[in-house]
Design a protein around this ligand. Structure first.
Ligand code: HSE
Length: 425
């Protein structure tokens, strides 16, 4: 006799619809391969009258209790998005001993410790492969495959919307605003794009990734976040001339007990594996003591790829109901006492200045850097249209605080800082 697994959905929009259709399409194959009979018993929707996606209305309900308290439902799949009520519904499901599968990075990153504690107390599973990088199996890789390693770096393109915008800006030389408007017209960016373009989405994902990679809870609040709204086509063009490609990166590094976690536009050398990951694709590059460099790449969004990752979690959960998988760290709200977080990281810097084209100005810039032991690796000077000189320089490795100090020490009457972009190797 096959094992019967009853699912309850919380939400049934694009992603829920994608999961429903994958499970219908693959039902008999899964039954044959795994001897598991997956049934979707209930789906919570806001309004049955407005339901879409060809999911039968007979399984729909507008009452969350029909999913959360049904004793036949073993696995609850959360597709609501947003922090609430998704997080409290997941809490209730876990408290009732139900395994939860979610792709909701925001609800997870902001409530992870509490959700994990409830899951542990009822021996329920909590799975979230699709929350970072869509179909890319990065959560499973870090949780299982690399669990014996010591990961010291995770660096990812984890937001497809911003990667699309930066790729288009680079290929067409268009402004951020023009490309965003086009992306919105094509449905590739949300009407309210803030979560993507301001880097919130990437920061939630980095909190999840770096916690698993570094075996300690990395709270969302510790992440330095900058989005792409200030990126100009000039920066992308000058960067390219100097051999660099611009990406919005989510970067986590651990050195001993010190962790740095940051999301910001970043120049990468053109030959870096992440530099060629274009359009809406996502990729996560890891470095570890034993695995060394490795990269996973694939579709970070879309109903089908996301459904594939979610259904992978559902099947894993179905086969391990009494022995759920969890990452190997103490998931407490506060990071462990010996861990510290730094915002004074070390990297290289791309700096673009508008400077008065008069004697001594370049030397004042050089002095400001030299006084803080910042060494300049390359420099480019171009006349600009308004009689000022455009100076673009790339530093050797320097610490963030020294670079910020040097830039704020420049006399704004003669030198204006147009941009400062971190450069990673
Ligand atoms: N909005 C996200 C992106 C997809 O653009 O990558 C879901 O995380």
């Amino acid at each position: 006799m096959p094992d019967i697994i009853n699912l309850g959905f919380l939400g049934c929009g694009n992603i829920g619809g994608g999961v429903y259709h994958l499970l219908m399409d693959m039902h008999d194959e899964i039954l044959k391969r795994q001897n598991i009979d997956i049934r979707i018993k209930r789906a919570l929707v806001k309004s049955i009258a407005e339901a879409r996606n060809d999911v039968p209305t007979a399984i729909m309900t507008e009452n969350a209790d029909d999913v959360l308290t049904d004793p036949d439902i073993q696995i609850v799949c959360e597709f609501m998005g947003g922090e609430q009520p998704a997080a409290s519904f997941m809490q209730r499901a876990l408290a009732n001993g139900k395994t939860v599968v979610t792709a909701n990075k925001m609800a997870l990153a902001l409530n992870w410790s509490a959700l994990a504690a409830t899951a542990k107390s009822t021996n329920a599973g909590l799975y979230y492969e699709a929350s970072v990088g869509g179909v890319i199996p990065v959560i499973r890789s870090l949780t299982v495959s690399l669990d014996a390693d010591e990961i010291d770096e995770v660096m990812g393109i984890v937001n497809g919307t911003t990667n699309y915008i930066l790729t288009q800006m680079a290929q067409k030389g268009s402004s951020y605003g023009d490309v965003l408007a086009e992306a919105q017209r094509l449905g590739l960016a949300e009407p309210n794009p803030a979560a993507d373009v301001e880097g919130y989405d990437a920061a939630y994902k980095l909190s999840i990734l770096s916690s698993i990679a570094f075996h300690t809870h990395v709270p969302y609040a510790k992440i330095h976040r900058e989005g792409i709204t200030g990126v100009s086509p000039e920066d992308i063009t000058y960067g390219r001339e100097m051999g660099y490609t611009l990406k919005l990166l989510a970067i986590g590094k651990r050195t001993g007990d010190s962790i740095e976690v940051r999301v910001h536009p970043t120049f990468l050398p053109n030959d870096h594996s992440l530099a060629r990951v274009d359009g809406t694709l996502n990729a996560i590059f890891n470095h570890g003591k034993y695995c060394q460099d490795m990269m996973l790449e694939g579709r970070g969004a879309g109903d089908k790829p996301t459904a594939s990752a979610i259904c992978g979690d559902i099947l894993y959960a179905a086969k391990h109901l009494s022995m759920p998988l969890a990452p190997s760290f103490n998931n407490t709200d506060e990071p462990e006492a010996h861990i510290s977080f730094t915002d004074n990281w070390i990297c290289r810097y791309f700096i673009r200045l508008d400077a008065a084209d008069t004697p001594g100005v370049l030397s004042s810039v050089a002095s400001a850097f030299a006084a803080r032991s910042i060494s300049i690796a390359s420099i480019l000077q171009r006349p600009s249209e308004n009689g000022l000189a455009q100076i673009i320089l790339i530093t050797h490795e320097a610490n963030e605080q020294s670079v910020q100090d040097a830039l704020s020490s420049l006399d704004p009457a003669t030198v204006q800082v147009k941009s400062m972009i971190r450069v990673e190797a």
